[in-house]
Design a protein around this ligand. Sequence first.
Ligand code: ZN
Length: 215
Amino acid sequence: MYIGHFAIAYVLIRLFPGIPPLVPLIGVSFPDILWPVFVFLGFEKAEINPDSPLQKYVRFTSYPYSHSLAVSFIISCTAGLILASAIDPIAGIVFVIASASHWFMDAIVHLGDLPVLGSRRDKKVGLGLWNRPRTAFAIEYIFYASVVLFVMPTAYFLPLLLLGAAGHLLNANSFLGFTRTNPFKSLKLYAIFALIGFIGFSLMANYMLSDIATF
Ligand SMILES: [Zn+2]
């Protein structure tokens, strides 16, 4: 999941207006910022399908740290503690909530590969919405847009809806399969795309929301 995560960040931004927007934006992205780093370090593994760009054919064979409910929570608590001492305790708590939301949102779309504890014989979950790529594509944007319209002040509707549409379209090939083969020729390239996607979206949303606390 990509833009759907940021809808949760918007809710937290509205609930905690005193916290810099970048805190929940990076928070909801945190597991997908860790994942490319861990792929490069060799800690986590996945296989892309060279014959298809569809997200449902990416096999997340092992990601017990960035994407297990328990271990990712512990890592985000460590980051949250640093934030709590650097900014304020609420910022740390908001970051941990945002990061925890990532796993629950991913659980809607992933195909039964999300680890719970991160242990060797772990239970893995996922409702598998990615098995219906067109439906998943529509639902993710509808969810994002609904949250924007429901929680954000009117002045932010257009920029955030456009930002979401741009991000979602960048990711559209993995739902709709415009290309016959996978444009990502290696897992590392795919991981870099994910990293840039999450950090880039966070920075752009943060820029657009820089004066949100005054609304
Ligand atoms: Zn994820």
